[in-house]
Design a protein around this ligand. Structure first.
Ligand code: ARG
Length: 258
């Protein structure tokens, strides 16, 4: 709708220019809402509800809605590719994709190898256990086997703390390992833990303990400061006008007050 208004404004400008000389002023300065500048390619791993997951063939979720809003704001077409999480990270790092949007935690280690947008969501790692488990807190994980998703900060946390781990390509495989008794717990991002656990119909529970403090951001190739700036501009505008809050609300995600 805004686009139409701008078109009308632009037309009005053109007619104004015909009568007087208004060169250099007005609507053209606004980087947003211009006609499509091309395609913004995005890699994700649609195994991470409610941020990105498959609904039939379609990739949906809060990250997807956010990326669509960012692309629209900047005047790009968005092209999403669904791949393994570690491949999405590498894909952004090498520039194979313009960006990776996948609930990616921006941490110091990754910042060595890629650009990150400003943070858009606060998260932590949570523990999922079977409903009848004796594990009630992180302290009870001592000597237990824990599953996680490969290449994630959850895996890194478990390795750093010396746990025995089983890594899977997807969070749902990690949870199947739990419900089938192959592991004692799963460690995964908090909101995703809730979503995946909810699919188990009461067989599993998420413990009320935050193991880490993390922030999600959009990953891009190291040194791609131009796109990083554009994306930051879009994120700020979408935050300001309430679009981001609306998206998170739609997926029942609570954004911490800052
Ligand atoms: N936040 C975690 C990380 O950055 C997990 C992200 C997993 N995302 C996904 N779409 N599978 O390592």
């Amino acid at each position: 709708m805004k686009k139409n208004l701008l078109k009308i404004a632009a037309l009005a400008m053109v007619s104004a220019l015909a009568v007087s000389s208004l060169a250099g002023c007005g609507a053209g300065d606004d980087a947003s809402n211009t006609a499509s500048k091309g395609t913004l390619t995005m890699a994700t791993n649609a195994e991470f509800p409610p941020f990105e997951y498959l609904e039939g063939e379609e990739i949906v979720g809060a990250d997807v809605d956010m990326a669509k809003a960012v692309a629209e704001y900047l005047g790009y077409e968005l092209e999403i590719t669904n791949i393994d999480f570690d491949a999405a990270l590498t894909g952004a790092q090498t520039g194979k994709y313009d960006m990776a949007v996948a609930g990616i935690t921006a941490n110091e280690e990754r910042r060595q190898n890629m650009n990150f947008s400003n943070d858009y969501f606060k998260a932590s790692q949570s523990i999922i256990v079977n409903a009848d488990s004796e594990i009630k807190a992180a302290a009870d994980l001592e000597g237990k086997t824990v599953s996680c998703q490969e290449g994630t900060t959850g895996e890194q946390y478990l390795l750093d703390n010396g746990y025995q781990i089983q890594s899977f390509k997807t969070g749902s495989e990690a949870i199947t390992a739990l419900t089938t008794g192959k592991v004692d717990a799963v460690v995964i991002d908090n909101a995703v833990a809730k979503a995946l656990s909810a699919e188990q119909n009461g067989k599993t529970v998420v413990l009320d303990e935050a193991l880490t403090q993390e922030s999600y951001a959009i990953a891009m190739k190291l040194g791609n400061d131009e796109l990083t700036e554009e994306i930051n501009k879009a994120l700020a505008a979408l935050k300001e006008d309430g679009t981001l809050a609306q998206i998170f609300e739609k997926y029942e995600l609570t954004v911490d007050a800052e």
